[in-house]
Design a protein around this ligand. Sequence first.
Ligand code: ZN
Length: 271
Amino acid sequence: MVLGNFSVIDAHCHIYPEKIAAKAVAGTDRFYDTVAKCRGTVADLISVGTEAGVDHMIVQSVATTPKQVTGINEFIAATVAESAGRMTGLGTLHPDSEDLAGDVRRILSLGLKGVKLHPDIQAFKIDDYRFLKIYELCEQEGLPILMHTGDSRYDYSNPNRLLPVMQIFTGLTVIGAHMGGWSLWENAVEELSPLPNLYVDCSSSLPYMTKEAAVRVMRRYGTHRVLFGTDYPMWDPREELESFLSLDLTDTERADILSRNAQRLFSISLK
Ligand SMILES: [Zn+2]
């Protein structure tokens, strides 16, 4: 693999505390009927990420109950604090929380730079009224949302539910994970690409798309709006980076997707 002078930010990494990582990864494997390639611990992410040539990692975890929110946000913040500047953290929110405004204040005070939402795992449709308060607060505070989008088995995260949300919350920035809609790539790009505050990441998409389709979809969004991400631990950063580098993109497009777009969006300065 020739990484040359490219800096790399992995914009989509899931991590779990050591004690529960095996169980959490097994749960995701069951949900997606997959076998994760990596372990899901912080030490493993740093080790395989470093070996792959990843300079910086954006880490997150998803609360499936309101009770988990505080613990997860504190774990992510503590991990970032110990990463010597190599990680940026996203917080989690749960729409059933009784104090969403308080949860958002805590995310800000912990120094987390955005919010990860997963409608399929959290079992809420993107345009469910219970999510609206979250959009309002994130828009107000300038917190970008990394939104899982697309699953051929469920309708919760269908990208066509994101369209009206972003038309209403015009100041909200959303990163549509998995190229704007896993398994629905062509529909998603058709509907979502006109939205000015929409970004996408390429995580969990490259293994399922032809190289030509991946390049075409990235260019239709605009390569200044695509972030490289691996969905660690589901995929191995070494293999994902290799398959990204095999795409027929220009060096400018590669540099943008591999790090410049994420640096700009999350104000990351690479060490
Ligand atoms: Zn994710």
